[in-house]
Each structure stands twice: as C-alpha cells, then as structure tokens.
Design a protein around this ligand. Sequence first.
Ligand SMILES: [Zn+2]
Length: 99
Amino acid sequence: MFQLHCPHCRELRDEEEFSYAGEAYIARPAAPDTVDDAAWGDYLFMRRNTRGWFWEQWMHSSGCRKVFAVKRHTGSYAIAGSWTLAEGKEKFLAEEAAS
Ligand SMILES: [Zn+2]
C-alpha cells in the first residue's frame, strides 16, 4: 500500500481512497476526421506499459472525486509528486520536450 497526496484536498491519504484512472496526457489527434482506423484504434486502446517513471491519472473516489496527475515509478512505487491535471501537464510537456 502507498499513500497519495490529493492536490485538491491538500491531504496525504491511503491508496484505498483513490481509483486508478489510467495513463495521463494521451494526445488526442488534432483532426480526428483525417485519422485512419489503425491510428484511431491506437489512440483509444493502446497504452504504454512502462517500467519506470510513469504519468498516471488518479481519482480521489472517497474524497473530492476529482482527477489529478501522479508521477509514479511502476517498479518501486516511489512517487515524485501529484498535481492538478493542468499543473501536471506543464511538467509532463517539459519532460517530453527535454527527452
Ligand atoms: Zn481530494
């Protein structure tokens, strides 16, 4: 078990209060009408299976019920931080640009 910090409630709470909501910041195709079926299928269904640092969405299902971003190491369960989706997106995009 681990604990997560909800950036909306500003509290560190047990994992049991939260629901995993999948990979964060999946880029939606800019012009969906021009995307072929294979690319659209990739957008809808294909997700990274990373061992290492990973950006995830979690929902505080037993609290404020808001979704937020967490950067978590999938091997060690270390947590680098949690942010609102808007705050986390800035950090995520900065990391993507640097890599
Ligand atoms: Zn909360």
